[in-house]
Design a protein around this ligand. Structure first.
Ligand code: UFG
Length: 328
């Protein structure tokens, strides 16, 4: 199938592109390179530099490459930034997304897989979180992702565009070629590994007084390759129906302290830490129920073990020499 991947030059997008190519799809990356890295795009993919708000160019790209389905990953994703600058988030995550949907409708492209987030649930009422649980985002980032999910439902009803929305939990780890390199970096695992590599003085633990077994927040970490493979399965499902799925491994999850301990074992380095205040908006525990995606899509994570996730990220950092606390 000819698949257009928006945001395919980003961290998760570039691994999704590798997996669509492995599955035999002809893959066209559409990215404006504001956040993405051109060199992360698999050489077997076709790269198109473009903006989602440029409707004529987007529609020309659909025609030129005979696009049959879209994986929509282009978005901003920093919770704190979304609170400080909601306009930026609504413009990119909602307005540009609607431009994409309109271009799909007008070009007769009727299948889309969307990168959503656990942030749509806000402060969850129970664990593990199920897809029918209350959605009540606590920041504009989550609001924009939920708004786009609502748009997808309306576009399906009115224009027959089928969708799968994947609500990511904590993506981490790396493939051979692609890993996590944000600037600034806010995610726990790369930060911990930077501290192990000595390019960051210490890891700040954002609160150790949460109601969890060791007082630090618990998250459901999912290897980026497992996450990417779910997109390939979602594409196949679109022949039959639409759906919304949590994308996490389930189980018990791992606390911030457990992540640091696992990273110390893998890297063989002592990782300095200091306890600081809670980060606003961090729920104590975020664990997915992954029953639905397992039963309906037949998705099974291969790299669920935290050490495999951290090890892949560590190896990638060392190969790339990206242990420095900078990068573009
Ligand atoms: N943490 C620290 N120190 C750090 C960085 C993170 O203690 O330097 C903690 C956080 O407080 C949190 C955990 O490590 O408890 C994981 O934090 P991340 O920033 O790596 O990930 P989040 O769980 O905050 O974010 C994820 C996704 C977001 C999504 C959010 C939903 O990356 O896209 O879940 O709440 F919005």
């Amino acid at each position: 199938m000819n698949i257009l991947v928006t945001g395919g030059a980003g961290y998760i997008g570039s691994v999704v592109v590798e997996e669509t190519i492995n599955a035999g799809h002809r893959t066209i990356v559409y990215d404006n390179l504001v956040k993405g890295h051109r060199e992360m795009v698999d050489p077997s993919a076709i790269f198109v530099e473009g903006d989602l708000l440029d409707r004529p160019f987007l529609e020309k790209t659909f025609v030129e490459h005979d696009i049959e389905a879209v994986i929509h990953m282009a978005a901003y994703s920093l919770v704190g930034e979304s609170v400080a600058d909601p306009s930026k988030y609504y413009m990119n995550n909602v307005v540009a997304g609607i431009s994409l949907l309109d271009a799909m409708r007008d070009s007769g492209v009727s299948k889309i897989v969307f990168s959503s987030t656990a942030a749509v649930y806000g402060e969850p009422e129970k664990q593990p979180i199920e897809e029918l649980d209350r959605t009540a985002p606590t920041n504009p980032y989550g609001d924009t992702k939920l708004a786009f999910e609502h748009a997808l439902k309306g576009y399906e009803r009115a224009y027959g565009i089928r969708f799968v929305s994947l609500r990511y939990f904590n993506a981490a780890g790396a493939s051979e070629r692609c890993g996590e390199l944000h600037d600034p970096e806010t995610h726990l695992i790369p930060i911990v590994l930077q501290a192990a590599a000595g390019s960051r003085e210490a890891v700040e633990i954002y609160g150790d007084d949460y109601p969890t077994h060791d007082g630090t927040c618990v998250r459901d970490y999912i290897h980026v390759i497992d996450l990417a493979r779910a997109h390939v399965k979602a594409i196949s499902m679109l022949d039959e129906k639409s759906g919304i799925f949590n994308l996490g491994c389930g189980g018990e999850g791992y606390s911030v302290k457990e992540v640091i301990e696992a990273a110390e074992k893998i890297t063989g380095k002592k990782i300095p830490t200091r306890i600081s205040d809670r980060r606003p908006g961090d729920p104590a525990v975020l664990i997915a129920s992954s029953e639905r995606i397992r039963s309906e899509l037949g998705w099974i994570p291969e790299y669920q073990d935290l050490s495999l996730i951290i090890e892949s990220a560590w190896k990638w950092m060392q190969r790339k020499g990206t242990a420095a606390n900078t990068g573009n």
